[in-house]
Design a protein around this ligand. Structure first.
Ligand code: SF4
Length: 355
């Protein structure tokens, strides 16, 4: 596409943006740290919800140094409820990388930015274009949708050829003189105007150039190849109480909710009743020799959908009269101190409902 043709898109798009953009705190800055944090919080989070988290996070961790110096537990605590905790862990690791490898200064070079833990091409392009006005096109879900519709492209956006094609198209279209404004504009168009269902084409600044509007395929685009298989998992949580205390542990290993805290857990391969659970090897190991335990409340059952997993969780409130040996892998804490530990969103919901 030639520069001249580009201007036909760029001029109305940027004009629309400057007149219609939402006034968000991270838009009024060129500080790469602020832009980075906002981008990561906004991945998979709605702006309204993200705004609260962003403000709290920035108050506690106003710069790279304060984030790098913090304990990971505290960073996770500030993330609690947002989900996708690996993002918070990566932020923390990357902050330390900036301190160690870049003398505490946020890197300026695209490749260096990309080398930071958790920063992919999208975030690197966002930081480099918004903070330094470097000519890198951002390609997020909104941009895929706008481009697929504008150019009436039905190549699946989640396929390798699709990704290549859209990244190339986005770079060709980019306003090299004002990449910051252009990138924000195309994403904002996707967020406000060219929304997934019933886009507001009649108000769109690009409607006279939109090929899918002519072909009548607006609602059919973009095309996605296939859905990932969703695997169910079954978590049986034993919320044990004994003299005002309970037992928790930190999750380890490469699994969901890494480093977050949880109640005593027995994972099963299918749904188990409490009766059946009592016959599992794990249960017998934990409560070895303790005889009968008292289940004081009906189990609270929760279904939690993560990107490629469904967690079926059952929370049992259990009272015991002496401490079984099988709890040695867990830490004993007063129930009232639970709120000092970062827990998954699922457990957080359970605790809120118990109040
Ligand atoms: S005319 Fe409609 S489909 Fe085309 S870019 Fe604008 S909002 Fe999207």
């Amino acid at each position: 596409m030639s520069g001249m043709e580009n201007m036909e898109f760029i001029v109305p798009l940027e004009k629309w943006y400057l007149e219609n953009k939402r006034d968000l705190p991270w838009r009024n800055t060129t500080d790469p740290y602020v832009i980075w944090i906002s981008e990561v919080i906004l991945q998979q989070t709605r702006v309204i919800q993200g705004l609260d988290y962003f403000n709290r996070f920035m108050t506690r961790f106003p710069d790279v140094a304060s984030l790098a110096e913090a304990e990971e537990d505290e960073v996770l605590k500030y993330w609690q409820g947002l989900g996708y905790y690996s993002r918070a862990r990566n932020l923390h690791t990357a902050a330390r990388q900036i301190m160690d490898d870049f003398g505490g200064l946020f890197p300026k070079n695209y490749r260096d930015v990309l080398s930071l833990k958790g920063i992919g091409e999208y975030t690197a392009a966002a930081i480099c274009s918004f903070a330094y006005r470097q000519p890198y096109a951002v390609v997020d879900g909104n941009v895929y949708r706008v481009l697929a519709r504008l150019f009436d492209i039905d190549v699946p956006i989640d396929s390798t050829p699709g990704k290549k094609l859209f990244v190339k198209l986005a770079s060709d279209l980019l306003d090299k003189k004002r990449p910051d404004v252009y990138n924000q504009a195309i994403m904002e168009l996707g967020a406000l105007q060219c929304v997934p269902r019933s886009p507001h084409c009649e108000l769109c600044p690009l409607s006279d150039k939109c090929l899918s509007l002519i072909s009548g395929r607006v609602e059919k685009l973009p095309v996605k190849q296939g859905k990932t298989v969703v695997k169910p998992r079954f978590f049986n949580y034993l919320c044990i109480s004994y003299q005002g205390d309970t037992w928790i542990r930190q999750r380890k290993g490469k699994d969901i909710w890494e480093n977050l805290y949880e109640f005593v857990l027995i994972e099963t391969d299918k749904e188990y009743s409490f009766e059946e659970l009592q016959h599992t090897e794990e249960y017998c190991r934990i409560f070895n020799g303790l005889g009968k335990v008292k289940v004081t409340a009906l189990p609270l059952q929760k279904r939690h959908v993560l990107s490629h997993r469904i967690i079926n969780a059952y929370f049992y409130s259990i009272e015991i009269e002496s401490v079984p040996e099988g709890l040695s892998g867990y830490i004993r804490i007063p129930y009232t101190e639970l709120e000092n530990y970062a827990v998954s969103r699922l457990t957080h919901i359970y605790l809120e409902q118990r109040k």
